[in-house]
Ligand binder design. Structure first.
Ligand SMILES: [Zn+2]
Length: 197
């Protein structure tokens, strides 16, 4: 059994099981120079955060199935009806109506281009990506927004054609399950657990 708490939903309610807070004994902080003595204590604390995806859950659910879902405003009264969004936007920012969920996997496969990029040699706490991290902004034909993601192989260049890859093996159900590689990259070159579909 996991030492961390787990959550499921039944009858529209969260069911939480296990410990969501862990306390580890404090350790003294001591001055090693004169005047020797106690300066304070460390307070190790561990908590499990319950992060709800809400209306975006469909996007994360489908990533591990090799599908990229975005949304489109279909409100006939909207000035910008037909606008397509990726990253997934639950509501239209112009008319605030609920958007229609659409499958954009094919558009992503056929039209993704690196808009811009940055390479990060260092990262913050809890980073799980290999460094240097090649962050890329990806643009698509017919989609009004740009997606932030990361390139798994190759050297990013502005205008480079890329294709999506998916962590279908042991997915994390987070945005890192989606990555990109230059068009023409063979399956053998993909990181462990990733595939094209
Ligand atoms: Zn709208």
């Amino acid at each position: 059994m996991s030492v961390f708490g787990t959550v499921s939903v039944k009858n529209g309610r969260y069911r939480i099981k296990g410990d969501f807070h862990h306390i580890t004994p404090s350790t003294p902080i001591r001055n090693q120079d004169y005047p020797w003595g106690l300066v304070g204590v460390t307070n190790p604390r561990d908590m499990t955060y319950i992060h709800t995806y809400g209306g975006e859950a469909v996007f994360f659910e489908n990533l591990c199935k090799g599908k990229i879902h975005g949304t489109r405003c279909d409100n006939p009264d909207c000035t910008f009806k037909g606008t397509v969004y990726l990253p997934f936007r639950i509501h239209c920012p112009d008319c605030l109506a609920k958007n229609t969920v659409i499958d954009l996997t094919d558009v992503c496969r056929k039209t993704a281009v690196i808009h811009t990029y940055m390479v990060c040699e260092r990262s913050g706490a809890f980073n799980t990506l290999d460094r240097p991290i090649r962050f890329i902004n990806v643009e698509f034909e017919g989609i009004s927004t740009i997606l932030m993601s990361y390139l798994s192989t190759g050297t990013p260049e502005i205008g480079m054609r890329v294709v999506p890859i998916f962590r279908t093996q042991d997915p994390t159900y987070t945005i890192t399950d989606l990555s990109w590689v230059p068009t023409g990259t063979p399956q053998e070159a993909l990181p462990k657990g990733f595939s094209f579909e």
